[in-house]
Design a protein around this ligand. Structure first.
Ligand code: IGP
Length: 250
């Protein structure tokens, strides 16, 4: 991480909390389902490959959704979601490792753990199929990619710029998310994916993340080369099954 980088106060607070997270004594070992294979299969099936996110709240969301995460997850899968993402960050996103455990037990699509994992030991808090590694926040992306794979997770490496994409590719990432939200300022620009995506080689699975809320946004990201889309707020704000369907059949 670039220690001189300026982050929004909410982001500083998230990172401070993440750094204080305890590291479990034991390593997890999972037999994770492949998120990238699931995305490719949905595409081959003529569906928009959508990762729907169980996101109770966030620093940029008003209020907190109190629905049972399992009910939300089932509605998203019924609406055609290819995979799910579950926030496990407790202090700023209303997430928990219990939410992830219960959701993964209840559905048979791959489940991504969405959190601010800063060191390999943070991967050991809970099992999942895939784990998010945010290039901007970890000192050694290669170490996190290797640590995730050793445990059986498929790493989804999140980038926000061409430079971070290079770092992710050098680290051996094969599943890369381009976050349209700038985690320094928390502002969203769908042009981010459009700028960064053309720099990725064809064999990399590219996920467009954040700020996607309408069928037109879905088509825009697909035209720019998205192999998958990660959507949270827009689905949480609506009736989850219907709002998932609207995007999956965009
Ligand atoms: O709610 P949105 O705008 O649809 O975004 C979902 C997801 O991309 C977002 O929650 C996210 C992307 N990268 C993250 C890193 C940490 C926490 C959250 C995120």
């Amino acid at each position: 991480m670039n220690a001189t980088e300026e982050f929004a106060p909410a982001v500083r607070s998230i990172l401070d909390a993440a750094a204080r997270r305890p590291v479990p004594d034991d390593r997890v070992s999972v037999d994770g389902a492949s998120l990238s294979n699931a995305l490719a299969a949905a595409d081959a099936d003529g569906r928009v490959p959508l990762i729907a996110e169980v996101k109770p709240t966030s620093p940029t969301t008003e209020g907190t959704h109190t629905e049972d995460p399992v009910d939300l997850a089932r509605a998203m899968v019924d609406g055609g979601a290819t995979a799910l993402s579950v926030l496990t960050e407790p202090e700023h996103f209303g997430g928990s490792v219990e939410n992830l455990e219960r959701v993964r037990e209840a559905v048979d699509v791959p489940v991504l753990r969405k959190d601010f994992l800063l060191e390999p030991g943070h991967l050991d808090a809970v099992e999942a199929d895939a784990a998010l590694v945010i290039a901007r926040f970890v000192d050694d992306v290669g170490e996190m990619v290797t640590a995730a794979r050793e445990r059986g997770f498929e790493p989804l490496v999140e980038v926000h710029s061409e430079t971070e994409l290079e770092t992710a590719l050098d680290a051996g990432a094969t599943l890369v998310g381009v976050n349209n939200r700038d985690l320094a300022s928390l502002t969203v620009d769908l042009g981010t994916f459009e700028r960064v995506a053309p720099r990725a080689p064809d064999d990399v699975t590219l996920v467009a993340e954040s700020g996607i809320s309408t069928p037109a946004d879905v088509r825009r990201m697909r035209e720019a080369g998205a192999d998958g889309l990660l959507v949270g707020s827009a689905i949480m704000a609506g009736e989850p099954r219907r709002s998932t369907e609207e995007l999956v059949y965009a």
